[in-house]
Design a protein around this ligand. Structure first.
Ligand code: A2P
Length: 279
């Protein structure tokens, strides 16, 4: 299991765990199970409402904090220089840690904000300072397309180290992924299984059968072979373990190319440049 390496040298395990909807209130059962199964990279966000439960599950696990990699994000209403600083402080408090490993801007443009360019740059300036001040070991973005990244690049002292995108067969965002890779930005996949919307697709099912694995494992392997770090979610320990067990087979180039060319399937309907109410 080769780690992914960020532009600043930080190493990330090849598969992380997505925590969206993974906990409600004080219920840390799913997160505890994920730690027991072996996940050490956890992706959360202030919007998910899972930071508190994640922090508790980690403290109660008995596994040292430094063995975990914690990534969180500021939400659309936390953008702007001052807000971003405060948002990070709030996230650290909820997680119960002094430092996170990765801090991200969740979306490039809050709905209906016309001057998103200035807002993004001001927010990014705060993230750079949070990095220099040691509140986070890496900084990045989520759902940024090339033009959003280029906008940050015009004033940035540090270019984003990570860009977390919706990515799965049927929605591989090839242009955005290749742009990231040219700029030494690690692309991560949110919804790498397409929320199961395309697992019955005959192409995917055929590839899975040929390798004696599941469609979910094919999706994760596809991400890894494209140089994209997948962040699958599951509430079931057997499926959690299956999603880590993706290093015993490899897709052929033809299979990867066929998945690249799959018609759009399973898209969430979320687009960074569109008002969600219009989707
Ligand atoms: P469950 O929690 O019952 O396992 P994504 O990560 O693309 O958003 O997809 C998450 C969805 O995929 C969840 O509904 C989860 O359901 C399901 N899922 C996760 N892992 C697997 C797997 N290995 N096989 C089938 N479904 C899975």
């Amino acid at each position: 299991m080769e780690p992914f390496v960020l532009a600043n040298g930080l190493e990330l395990p090849p598969v992380g765990f997505g925590t969206y909807k993974a906990a409600q209130g004080d219920d840390v059962g799913v997160l505890r199970a994920a730690i027991e199964v072996g996940y050490r990279y956890f992706d959360t966000a202030s919007f998910y409402g899972t930071e508190g439960a994640l922090g508790r599950a980690i403290r109660e696990s008995g596994v040292p904090r430094e063995e975990f990699f914690l990534a969180t994000k500021l939400w659309k209403d936390e953008m702007g220089y001052e807000n971003a600083k405060q948002a990070c402080e709030n996230s650290l408090k909820r997680l119960g840690v002094d430092q996170v490993d990765l801090y991200l801007i969740h979306w490039p443009r809050p709905d209906l904000v016309s001057d998103w360019r200035t807002l993004d740059r001001e927010t990014w300036r705060a993230l750079e300072e949070l990095y220099y001040d040691g509140y986070t070991r890496a900084i990045g973005v989520s759902n940024f397309l090339p033009h959003h990244l280029e906008n940050l690049g015009e004033e940035a002292r540090i270019f984003p180290m990570v860009d977390q995108l919706e990515f799965h067969p049927g929605y591989p965002q090839i242009e955005a992924v290749e742009f990231c890779q040219r700029c030494d930005v690690l692309p991560q996949a949110w919804s790498p299984l397409g929320r199961m919307r395309m697992l019955s697709d005959p192409l995917l099912a055929g590839i899975a059968a040929a390798h004696g694995v599941t469609g979910a494992q094919v999706c994760l392997r596809y991400a890894l072979q494209k140089g994209v770090m997948p962040l699958p979610k599951s509430s079931d320990p057997t499926r959690m373990a299956q999603n880590l067990d993706v290093f015993g087979f490899a897709l052929t180039d033809d299979e990867v190319n066929a998945l690249d060319a799959m018609p759009q399937t399973g898209w969430s309907g979320e687009h960074p440049d569109r008002d969600r109410t219009l989707v």
